[in-house]
Ligand binder design. Sequence first.
Ligand code: NAD
Length: 488
Amino acid sequence: MTMISEAELLALVPTQLYINGAWVDATGGKTLPVYDPSNGKLIATIADASPADGKAALDAAVAAQDSWARTPARTRSDILRKAFDLVQTHKNEFALLMTIEMGKPFNEALGEVGYGSEFLRWFSEEAVRVQGRYGSNPEGTGRAIITQMPVGPCFLITPWNFPLAMATRKIAPALAAGCTVVIKPASLTPLTTLYFMKILEEAGVPAGVVNVFTTSTTAAVSDPIIADKRLRKLSFTGSTGVGQALMRQAADNVLRTSMELGGNAPFIIFDDADLDKAVEGALVAKFRNIGQACTAANRFIVHESLAEEFAKRITKRVSEFTMGRGTEEGVTIGPLIDNKAVAKADELVQDALTRGATLTTGGHKVEGAGSYYEATVLTNVQAGSKILKEEIFGPVLSIVTFKTEDEAIDIANDTEYGLIGYVYTESLSRSQRLIERLQTGMMGLNAGVISNAAVPFGGVKMSGLGREGGFEGIHEYLSTKYTMTPNP
Ligand code: NAD
């Protein structure tokens, strides 16, 4: 499948912290283990940063900020473009590494390499297009100069579910804008970011511009960084609860934040939908990444006239999935990230069943090594079930029915989250109404996958603040400066 063996690949992955252009051990020499979720085996032992290491990483980013901001945009752009090319050259290694540390099937991991690396190319192109304005004020008494400045040193915190894409989606726009960064990947999947740092180094990122630390004592190391007045921006992707806590901390310094948080995506199938398309869309929107995506369809809201046929077709397809380690040929469902995730999926399924749902396939955790949960379909899920309120983050598809368009929209919007909604309809006017009435930052209209580096990704309500990707993405790392000057 790949040119390199797992052992050879793991030997290439750095296990230290990257601070100020050097690979270093944690002060005090502490380490933390990284496991393969498909079998529970130890795959690496990496540096476990202390608060002093976190401070050193921020010191380095602060020291490098001025010269990186003054580096010509074309130079910054060239470095990002080189990083894109290098990731392409090493795409099989990145994919295999993500499969080993996170569990997604190899082909899906390759897909993430494609998606994740595109942020490097997109923002290498955006780096040279940051512009300002110059003009007379309406009274004709003076001139306004409006420029875009890098916000300054940034702290980036990423989750475990898309180890490469979550890192590139933040690092690329920050560097393009002229900001230096400290990045902390999730301790469950730190290896991809460490390997990516090697690529950035090879691409020519100067010392101090990107600093990486991994830690098991997240709050102890992160809190002082967030409290430090030299930090100018916090960009977080993860759960809503942690995001809220970080926003409270950020308030002390009125720190700028971007928050990419949880979701509870509705997937609405209207009676005028093309059911073949809806089934294909449902499979990817639900089961990609083993259901562990913030964009994963969480609630299937299906018109009552189609619900039985949809459930029949989807159950057949889901029962044909092949579960196993993502490196094995033909595997479509890998393990969940850990046993806690398995217990959570099972708890939600059992709660739905107790309240009257019907199980058509799956519904059990798999005994033995590795954290596997069967791909599951539930029909007739009753209002009030936890599975309709909470992010499932697992391979469980649950179906509720509706009669009218208004009812479907009410059910879809009945959540504190607002990241994405999926809508299947062949009606143009209904599509337009849904675009306006669905309370989400994004929508898949007859489309089960929407992610792309060239578009603004992000949510409303408790799904977050800010956008990543697109023209909007770089502005998360720029601050607008207005200068007044008299007429010449
Ligand atoms: P998480 O909130 O537990 O952790 C995310 C990151 O925050 C990790 O690196 C973690 O170590 C760190 N963290 C945890 N506590 C912290 C603290 N007190 N201070 C500083 N950092 C802290 O989330 P997770 O389980 O890693 O990821 C899954 C969640 O991420 C889901 O809710 C999912 O919807 C969300 N997510 C959102 C998006 C998006 O773009 N909206 C994308 C991917 C994942």
